[in-house]
Write a protein of this length. Structure first.
Length: 282
């Protein structure tokens, strides 16, 4: 298995150590932030398409990939913003450009709200940024699904065949799915096969916490240009993307009707072209 690029380990909050992957390229730094349950290396196909215009760096959020996992109470999305700020600090250049997908998009917005001027421009694919819930929260179907997720496989080839054959990951481009399988699974502690690096329970807690972070109420404080990209789904994050774009002072909506919520991993070349245009990468 390809062990991937150079990885820097950085201290974040709550005793967490996060992994920052150098995906290479020539040009200004571009920070890439992944969705819940995924990891930095799933950005590798997009980074390859951007190699001529940007030096790409991708973060493993706490509880994901090669980063450490805190207590469940510290898997809140404010901690994800801490991880983003740790990565930006390590790059040594402020402001920087960033692209975020789903949770990763929310995390960079939350980081910018906390420390204005961190970013010069953002490209966000269906960021999970919702109004604060009213009243008691009901069951979260994403969390319930995560807890039922299969954690162990005999080997990576068996895992690849499993994911490629059924929803939701069957829509991923082969290179993105291969990156997920090669780097998102680790040898089982008992030596019997491989297991998900992001444990199902960790993923479930992160999904639950995605409903309660305060990012939506402060979108008006984000002063940098932001492109909010969305696929063609009629519900969920894609349907809410116009509301987010409208509330951002310098927000703009882009639609990609042929894509699902996994857009950056479905069509990396097209999404790389969108990032290049949105963030003015020569």
């Amino acid at each position: 298995m390809d062990r991937g690029p150079l990885v820097r380990t950085l201290p974040s909050t709550d005793g967490v150590t996060v992994a920052l992957h150098d995906l290479g390229g020539e040009g200004p730094p571009l920070l890439l932030c992944h969705p819940t349950g995924f990891l930095a290396m799933t950005w590798a196909p997009m980074a390859a398409a951007l190699a001529g215009v940007a030096h790409c760096w991708a973060l493993d959020f706490r509880g994901h990939g090669e980063s450490t996992t805190p207590a469940p109470s510290r898997l809140c999305w404010s901690g994800m913003a801490d991880d983003v700020l740790a990565a930006v600090g390590a790059l040594g250049t402020i402001p920087v450009r960033a692209a975020g997908h789903s949770m990763g998009g929310a995390a960079v917005l939350l980081a910018e709200e906390r420390q204005p001027g961190t970013f010069s421009g953002l490209w966000l694919f269906e960021p999970i940024v919702l109004p604060p819930p009213e009243g008691a929260r009901g069951p979260n179907p994403l969390s319930e699904g995560a807890r039922r997720r299969r954690r162990r496989f005999p080997d990576r080839e068996a895992a690849y065949a499993n994911f490629a054959s059924k929803p939701p990951l069957q829509v991923l481009a082969p290179a993105a799915l291969r990156a997920y399988v090669d780097h998102g699974l680790r040898e089982a502690p008992d030596g019997d096969g491989v297991v998900l690096a992001c444990a199902p329970e960790t993923e479930a807690v992160v999904f639950e916490n995605g409903m309660v972070h305060p990012t939506f109420t402060r979108l008006g404080e984000v002063r940098c240009p932001v492109v909010v990209a969305a696929g063609g789904d009629l519900a969920g994050p894609a349907a809410f993307a116009p509301v987010i774009a409208d509330r951002l002072p310098h927000g703009r909506l882009e639609r990609y009707p042929h894509l699902t919520h996994f857009g950056p991993m479905e069509d990396p070349p097209a999404m790389a072209a969108a990032v290049r245009a949105a963030l003015d990468l020569a």
